[in-house]
Write a protein that binds this ligand. Structure first.
Ligand SMILES: *Cc1c(COP(=O)(O)O)cnc(C)c1O
Length: 464
């Protein structure tokens, strides 16, 4: 019989101990942190699923790259190795290194947008939206309707609604839309993929109106793996070839290499437009650094070049996507409601459905996080009314988010299957205790982005 077990396609050369804590200790740590995971010390967390950004493990080859880093101020060998990797994998003519994704976004939107402009995307990531709004433009999300329905299964739930894009262009006028963006994978919903057919369809609309198309490429390799697995005609193609085709439809991209660059820091901005690249270089020099290092050390560029090639290895991607699906499948089997199907880098739990007795204004997502930490030392993040709710400036009333989600993001190459089995076991206990989980109230906050620093206290469920 053929062997079907999908294993971690690496062995471990260097280990970082994680520390077990007792429940009484965790009760104290959580109380001291105001029931906010962002305020916990990382060493007091056993399994950290807060984010997949910059939390991955580098390979032996990447650590060797670190040693090879050329720290020359200008024209370093490491820059050319990095630029070659971008040309080879993405195909764009010009590339600017940046310290992370949001720096690439700021430079792109400062160069391309003016106040009153509109930038469509399947779904803007929060820093993308913030950088567009910062230059006085408007960020518009155009996901397909299925993308907004947690329980609906769709192979490419991250797709853009192409008809809605055409309607928007007709409504606001081509001259107000300096670029269209596509985020692959679509971060909302835990990394839902975009199909090649959708990229092509968006490209066709952009071409018809002469609007440049830019890709937010943070999780491009995971997206290309989903295309290989799910889209007709791609099952036999190497992932690198799928990526080349996908980026051939775009005029440029922004990238946070903290995701599919397999590094702890780094990013870039790429474009085929020479005049634009020159303008962007001037901004880069102003705040990031000289164009051949862009706010990074030479060693960071080396590690990124190596990581961008490694992330396309098929054994790695098979294991990566299988491990996310494994966690999702087991949580669903326990009875925990999750956003279906699980995406590339995270599993989202529908905390409102899991804890129907905790009203949104008592933060069911945050309450679930507290229980996960107390039960097993697991940290994750709330994407609900703590993050998106607040006090309405006009009415003074408390607003809540449309969904109360908890995201379990999986760092790359960091945890083994037994770590994930531990998470599943803890979540089964949390599920069994769900009726006893009470809500929380905010006792201190500092908007905007209050979720990073807010402090909470438990409220008795009876007060709901
Ligand atoms: C992380 C991320 C960004 C921003 O990148 P940073 O490196 O955190 O600045 C932009 N878009 C998406 C989809 C992301 O996931």
């Amino acid at each position: 019989m053929p062997v079907t077990t999908i294993i971690e396609p690496f062995r471990i050369k260097s280990v970082e101990p994680i520390r077990m804590t007792t429940r009484p200790e965790r009760e104290r740590f959580l109380r001291e942190a105001g029931y906010n995971g962002f305020l916990l010390r990382a060493e007091d967390v056993l399994i950290d699923l807060l984010t997949d950004s910059g939390t991955g493990a580098m390979s032996a080859e990447q650590w060797a790259s670190i040693m090879r880093g050329d720290e020359s101020y200008a024209g370093a060998k490491s820059y050319y190795r990095f630029a070659d990797a971008i040309h080879e994998i993405f195909g764009f003519k010009h590339v600017l290194p940046t310290h992370q994704g949001r720096a690439a976004e700021r430079i792109l939107f400062t160069t391309m947008c003016k106040p009153g402009d509109v930038v469509p995307n399947n779904t803007h990531f929060d820093t993308t939206r913030a950088n567009i709004e910062h230059v006085g433009a408007q960020a518009v999300d155009l996901p397909i309707p299925e993308g907004r329905q947690p329980a609906t299964i769709h192979p490419f739930k991250g797709n853009m609604d192409v008809a809605a894009l055409e309607a928007l262009i007709g409504e606001v006028g081509r001259e107000r839309i300096p670029l269209v963006m596509l985020t692959i994978t679509n971060n909302s919903g835990g990394g839902q993929p975009v199909s090649m057919a959708n990229v092509r369809a968006v490209r066709a609309v952009c071409q018809r109106y002469g609007i440049p198309l830019y890709i937010d490429a943070c999780r491009f390799a995971e997206n290309c793996w989903f295309i290989r697995e799910r889209e007709e005609g791609y099952a036999e193609k190497p992932v690198a070839e799928i990526a080349r085709e996908l980026f051939s439809y775009a005029d440029g991209c922004t990238m946070s290499a903290k995701k599919d660059g397999l590094v702890n820091i780094g990013g870039f901005l790429a474009t085929n437009d020479e005049a634009l690249a020159r303008q962007e270089s001037r901004l880069l020099i102003l705040t990031e650094g000289f164009p051949t290092y862009g706010g990074l050390a030479g060693r960071d560029l080396e590690a990124m070049a190596t990581g961008l090639h490694e992330v396309l290895h098929e054994d790695y991607l098979r294991y990566r996507i299988a491990s996310t699906a494994y966690l999702g499948r087991h949580l669903a089997e326990i009875g925990i409601p999750i956003v279906q199907p699980p995406g590339g880098h995270a599993v989202y739990i529908d905390a409102a459905a899991l804890l129907p007795h905790v009203a949104p204004r008592m933060f069911p997502g945050q309450a679930l996080l507290a229980e996960m930490y107390l039960e097993g030392g697991i940290r994750a993040v709330e994407i609900g009314s703590v993050m998106f709710g607040g006090t309405d400036p006009q009415t003074g009333e408390e607003t809540t988010a449309p969904m109360e989600l908890v995201r379990l993001a999986i760092p790359r190459r960091v945890y083994t299957q037994s770590h994930i089995d531990y998470v599943i076991e803890v979540m089964a206990d949390v599920y069994a205790a769900r009726e006893r989980i009470g809500g929380l109230k905010i006792v201190w906050q500092a908007p905007p982005l209050r979720h990073f620093t807010a402090r909470f206290e438990p409220v008795a469920a009876a007060h709901a």
